[in-house]
Design a protein around this ligand. Structure first.
Ligand code: ADP
Ligand code: VHF
Length: 367
């Protein structure tokens, strides 16, 4: 097996309407086989996959009377019909469970909902379920929309702490001009940075089925790249391209991350968030964080200072020494009650158990 150049562990793979429903009416599995094989191959290597799938509007189009231009309510009705069709289509390809997650822009912007999304995704992945995400078109008005699922996929990659974003479409990658209208268009194998001039090469969608064209894919890649996530934009029907990605090789267009995920996260936790309180830990917990990169369990907490909510940033201290900063899974009031306890006792003491850990290792940086 060739050596992996671009090793990854958790991927968000986005599939556009152009592949779910190439003729814009109903959906078929035939164009999704290469993507399904990629997902199965990745899972066999113990890698984690989240699928962001468009296509509900196109898949439900033939069930709703319409004429151009489509009204928002018309598209929403089509999406409501098409969403179940699209999910059933994916489920046919896999013999492991799939989970449906429908999100709006507001859900990601709200701290409480953001945490719930993050925790649900984590739980699904830990249980070997394939999360399939789409925009919740029924409740998304034009103002509340992500606008396109490329942008949604980048947001999901951030929430899920993914290291890689794969955007599958109906062309081989990013070209220096739209390959559909320019026969001399050249494929760009690697973009070290997305600048204004890169964005200027990208046109909108010409398929009549997709929404954002190449522009929204590059904008999504730009967001991911700034947070340390690499992006591949490739043809979702190209078996070889997806097999190469599954092996850790490049395919289509690779957009390089601007920094490592660890430094993006460290920077964010250290400089962008103000700690709302302090958690004092014992030596044993400090060793577990430092030596094993473990999560912080309530058992290792000996004191809680300040008032904070679940999801707030907190400083983690060993005596007077600041050793880490992270996002607390529990509020200060809850931590006061469960500090020093074994995680199994959380539900008995609080009446519920959000998580076994007080600070998850994904939400923690050592200082
Ligand atoms: N510079 C470019 N490179 C590649 N594709 C481009 C470019 N500019 C515009 N496109 C168009 O973007 C389309 C893919 O976007 P879109 O139709 O929104 O697909 P999806 O449904 O997969 O999101 C391609 O079919 C292509 O015509
Ligand atoms: N939520 C919509 C997705 C719209 C969208 O962004 O489509 P696309 O450009 O094909 O990824 C649907 O499922 O039809």
């Amino acid at each position: 097996m060739e050596k992996a150049q671009f090793a990854w562990q958790r991927v968000v793979i986005k599939v556009g309407s152009a592949l779910i429903s190439p003729d814009g009416n109903g959906c078929k599995t035939e164009h999704l086989l290469a993507i399904a094989r990629f997902i199965i191959a990745a899972r066999h290597q113990d890698k984690q996959v989240i699928l962001v799938s468009s296509g509900s509007v196109a898949a439900g189009r033939n069930a709703i009377a319409h004429h151009a231009p489509l009204s928002l309510a018309g598209k929403q009705a089509m999406a409501a019909v098409g969403q179940t069709r699209m999910m059933a289509n994916w489920a046919r390809l896999f013999d492991f469970p799939c989970a449906q997650i429908l999100l709006t822009h507001q859900d990601i912007a709200s701290r409480a909902r953001y945490l719930n999304i993050k925790n649900t995704l984590r739980e699904l992945l830990d249980n070997g379920v394939l999360p399939i995400v789409n925009e919740n078109d029924t409740v998304a008005t034009e103002e509340l929309k992500f606008g396109d699922n490329d942008n949604l996929a980048a947001q999901v990659a951030l929430v899920a702490d993914a290291d890689t974003l794969v955007i599958c479409t109906d062309v081989e990658g990013v070209f220096d001009k739209d390959p559909r209208s320019h026969s001399d268009a050249r494929l760009l194998a690697e973009l070290t940075q997305i600048t204004e001039s890169t964005l200027a090469m990208a046109g909108g969608s010409s398929s009549g089925v997709g929404t954002g064209g190449m522009l929204s894919k590059l904008q999504a890649a730009q967001k991911a790249s700034a947070q340390g996530i690499q992006t591949f934009i490739c043809n979702g029907q190209n078996e070889q391209a997806l097999a190469a990605l599954a092996r850790g090789q490049t395919a289509g267009t690779r957009v390089l991350p601007q920094q490592s995920i660890a430094s993006a996260k460290k920077h964010w936790l250290k400089h962008s968030l103000k700690a709302q309180g302090q958690i004092l830990i014992d030596e044993g917990a400090h060793n577990a964080l430092k030596e094993r990169g473990a999560s912080l369990l309530p058992a290792g907490i000996i004191g809680v200072e300040g008032k904070f909510n679940a999801g707030d940033a907190v400083d983690v201290c060993l005596g007077k020494q600041l050793v880490a900063r992270g996002l607390s899974a529990y509020s200060s009031a809850e931590l006061q009650q469960i500090k020093g306890l074994h995680s199994q006792r959380i539900a008995t003491v609080l009446g519920y158990s959000q998580q076994a850990v007080a600070l998850h290792r994904d939400d923690l940086v050592l200082l």
